[in-house]
Design a protein around this ligand. Sequence first.
Ligand code: 13P
Ligand code: SF4
Length: 322
Amino acid sequence: MSAALPYAPDLATIPDGLDLEQEIRRLKGARKAIVLAHYYQEPEIQDLADFVGDSLQLSQQAAKTDAEVIAFCGVHFMAETAKILSPGKTVVLPDLDAGCSLADRCPADQFDKWLEQYPDHEVVSYINCSAAVKALSTVICTSSNAVRVVQSIPEDKKIVFAPDRHLGKWVMKQTGRDMVLWPGFCIVHEQFQAKRLAALKAQRPEAKLIAHPECDGSVLQLADFIGSTAALLRFVKESPASAFIVATEAGILHQMKKARPDAELIPAPADSGCNCSLCPYMKLNSLEKLYLALRDLQPAIEIPEATRLRALAPVERMLALG
Ligand code: 13P
Ligand code: SF4
């Protein structure tokens, strides 16, 4: 007997002229579903979502929702985290290929082997990793709580931090803790170059440079504010400044524009020369695929139970820190 083929969204099955937004709203009710969206999603997805947030906020929502279905408009590790926390719910990701360069470049078997060099270390893993890597970790963190999570580890303990070396270096600076770093990076944030940003800052001295800690240290050194996507949005909302150079994925500009229609929001130029930095994984999701995911309840996230249980403990340790 041949194995079932993995589900692939078939856009051709969408009836011509269907009002996608209306159908998605109807299916949300019919399926008792909640739509969670990351700030890097397309504006039309953010506008239809029940909740838009950063990685930490989305995992908190996934842990507390009483919906029967979670349609996760983000990337695979985020939907997986929702499934780790809510195994009884159906968790669908509109496009199963929506991965992440950080998670993809830290395969669990290689990570496990690498950890053999550090048997007496606590393992702090950034949430941008697979369930199998989470299962090898002491505690998980996101960009908004990484400093707090590392500070929660007793001073006498040694620490391994994975998979983002830039976030790791920034946390080392903030906490004064030495950590062994897995050499991963995000292909989107890696695009921003200090030289170009310094030139832009010189042209626009009144603009605040705000950056995500997944950026290289040389970029972070130039920044007026560093934080997770939610923290960057909060900064823009609350700052008296009227111009901001935004060094993170450009999807966040949608909420920033809504919060500060008066402000000038300048996407940080990417190294490749284009004027925007878009995550190719995040952008795989679309309204069409969200509609199909709610209609077919596919593609659904599945995790072997033993892995899920091992991954749950470090995720819960993070959530317990608030
Ligand atoms: P936050 O949502 O924690 O800001 O992280 C950004 C990111 O790269 C998500 O993949
Ligand atoms: Fe991963 Fe970077 Fe995309 Fe976030 S922006 S999902 S870290 S590749």
